[in-house]
Design a protein around this ligand. Structure first.
Ligand SMILES: NC(=O)c1ccc[n+]([C@@H]2O[C@H](COP(=O)([O-])OP(=O)(O)OC[C@H]3O[C@@H](n4cnc5c(N)ncnc54)[C@H](O)[C@@H]3O)[C@@H](O)[C@H]2O)c1
Length: 246
């Protein structure tokens, strides 16, 4: 029960890794607030966990501000943790860098990069008030090993890692810790479209061979959100069963 009584906001929590993170954090006693653009799925995920749910479009600054206000009202203005998990994470691979559409590139950066910045900005006052605020940015190890044919996504996840480091320095004086996790390919709905060869490349390249279920990384995220994790601020943890080492 590392997170007992701690208010934690998870974005992109309707399905996939975000929903699994929410399940894992609930098991550690967190008081959860879930947010996603997918309203119906998000509400049913939240209901199953006894969490609250708010719709947010991470591509829309006004929507993020509204979410911040709702979270402040719900928590009394003290938030212990933010998991920046929501992102455009599917359907954008398998395209060479010369063939990416400008609109598609811009959408990925708007949601994944600007959304992470604005969400952190909206949460920051509440994270400071809590006295032990933690931010975990969900990056991807594709930005560490240089996955081909996925450039808009890889660029956005590289930005998440870079922002983690700068935000750690800006928020550190207020004892708010900021870390990133970099999973490899997981067995989530979002990777169903990825060719079998890429799944096999990962499964065979891991120090712990085989596929990786999203539930395998949630204990690490729970620890990063705990009071004891401040020493790791600014770090990126490749939670990929040893596919790449940092
Ligand atoms: N699944 C993997 O293999 C894998 C590997 C490494 C990193 N990740 C990261 O994990 C996170 C979750 O990915 P996933 O695989 O579960 O993908 P997913 O597509 O299943 O989930 C992403 C969630 O974000 C939500 N979302 C998308 N656009 C949004 C917006 N504009 N506003 C609010 N919510 C929005 C979606 O509705 C969805 O619920 C992402 O940050 C992804 O980059 C996933």
């Amino acid at each position: 029960m590392m997170l007992k009584g701690r208010h934690i906001l998870v974005t992109g929590a309707a399905r996939g890794l975000g929903a699994e993170i929410a399940r894992g954090l609930a098991g550690h006693g967190a008081r959860l607030i879930l947010a996603d653009i997918a309203e119906d799925t998000g509400r049913s995920t939240a209901e199953a966990l006894g969490a609250s749910f708010h719709r947010v479009d991470l591509g829309d600054p006004a929507s993020i501000t509204e979410l911040g206000e709702a979270v402040a009202a719900e928590t009394g203005g003290a938030l212990h943790g933010l998991v920046n998990n929501g992102a455009i994470a599917t359907g954008i691979g398998g395209i060479g860098f010369e063939d990416i559409e400008i609109d598609s590139w811009d959408l990925v950066q708007r949601v994944n990069v600007r959304g992470t910045w604005l969400m952190t900005r909206a949460a920051a006052p509440m994270l400071r008030v809590s006295g032990s605020g933690r931010v975990v940015n969900v990056a991807s190890d594709t930005a560490l090993w240089g996955a081909p044919n996925l450039l808009s996504y890889v660029a956005s996840k590289g930005a998440a890692i870079a922002m983690t480091r700068s935000l750690a320095r800006e928020l550190g004086p207020d004892r708010v810790g900021v870390t990133a996790v970099a999973p490899g390919i997981l067995t989530t709905e979002s990777t169903d479209y990825v060719p079998e060869a890429r799944h096999r490349h990962y499964a065979e390249g891991r120090a712990v061979p085989g596929p990786q279920h999203p539930g395998e990384i949630t204990d690490t995220i729970a620890f990063l959100l705990s009071e004891g994790a401040l020493t790791l601020t600014g770090q990126v943890l490749p939670v990929n069963n040893g596919f790449v080492f940092n």
